[in-house]
Design a protein around this ligand. Structure first.
Ligand code: NAD
Length: 272
């Protein structure tokens, strides 16, 4: 402004509008979250991050109870709060019942992260319906099932955040991953359509599309192709589950109050 002067000495941080992250980082205090596939990898990192931010975090898992317990003890060891919730995201009834259980126990569900996913890579013509049904049931129908259950509650409370974990291959495609990529692209259509449908109810729905992240899912990829991918990444490293968790934490925070229907790419610049 012409003629105006700084009210404070330059460089001093103005604290009147306190940044939510400044309150000991507990910017999700009082909120309840559900993270699917939270026993390991990206789901574990997301669950830990949301719990560290103060959300009571339900950790969905399917088979690996010991690993889910390990995630839970990491959370409670850091003074966070969480619960284990075993169900198959591909099972519509089980997903509805699981969310009902959360509502009974907590009275609310504020955040849903649809993270559970599987890959079944192979030459497309060698795959059959049994193969692709498994991938579609988990990756796409799993998100539909959990989202349907969560929205019923979020609509009533006129508030909610949903984050769908898609993938870089939803946009780039990848040979050998036609079915997987189709499910991940489907999640982007779902994200954008629901974002439009539920914006008036203050339910914000976004997607995060990770690139190459070091988890059990990518551990089987041999060293040579792994090194080739690394060479193509402008940031010159593979991603970590924490890199993805940071984007999810941002999307469910107050800082993302005006963001819906978007896709955040977390890929070190591999795809722009
Ligand atoms: P991961 O295999 O380590 O973890 C996947 C989790 O989903 C596991 O805990 C598994 O038990 C769970 N899960 C699978 N089927 C389930 C079901 N039917 N019901 C409940 N839980 C189920 O994989 P990750 O690398 O941590 O991947 C997490 C998500 O991120 C997936 O959706 C994946 O497609 C996506 N992603 C991963 C990468 C990567 O490079 N790792 C890249 C892009 C996208």
């Amino acid at each position: 402004m012409k003629g105006s002067r700084h009210a404070e000495p330059p460089g001093r941080i103005h604290m009147t509008n306190e940044h939510p992250h400044a309150r000991g980082g507990k910017f999700l205090e009082g909120q309840t979250a559900l993270v699917t596939g939270a026993s390991r990898g990206i789901g574990r990192a997301v669950a830990r991050r949301l719990a560290a931010a103060g959300a009571c975090t339900y950790l969905n898992y399917l088979k690996n109870e010991a690993s889910a317990e390990e995630t839970l003890s990491m959370i409670t060891g850091a003074e966070g709060s969480g619960m284990l919730l075993r169900f198959d995201v591909a099972d519509f009834g089980a997903a509805q019942e699981a969310v009902q259980q959360i509502i009974r126990e907590r009275g609310t569900l504020d955040i849903l992260v649809n993270n559970a996913g599987i890959t079944l890579d192979g030459i497309f013509v060698r795959m059959g319906p049994d193969d692709w049904n498994t991938v579609i049931d988990t990756n796409l129908k799993g998100a539909l099932n959990c989202t349907r259950a969560a929205l019923r509650c979020m609509m009533k409370q006129r508030r909610g955040r949903i984050v769908n974990i898609s993938s870089i291959v939803a946009e780039t495609g990848n040979p050998g991953q036609a079915v997987y990529a189709a499910t991940k692209a489907g999640l982007l259509g779902l994200t954008k359509s629901l974002a439009r449908e539920f914006a008036s109810r203050n339910i914000l729905i976004n997607a995060v599309a990770p690139g190459f992240i070091e988890t059990d899912m990518t551990a089987a990829i041999p060293e040579a192709p792994r090194a080739d991918v690394k060479k193509m990444i402008p940031l010159e490293r593979l991603g970590t589950p924490d890199d993805v968790a940071g984007a999810v934490a941002f999307l469910v925070s107050k800082d993302a109050d005006y963001i819906t229907g978007q896709v955040i790419h977390v890929n070190g610049g591999l795809y722009m």
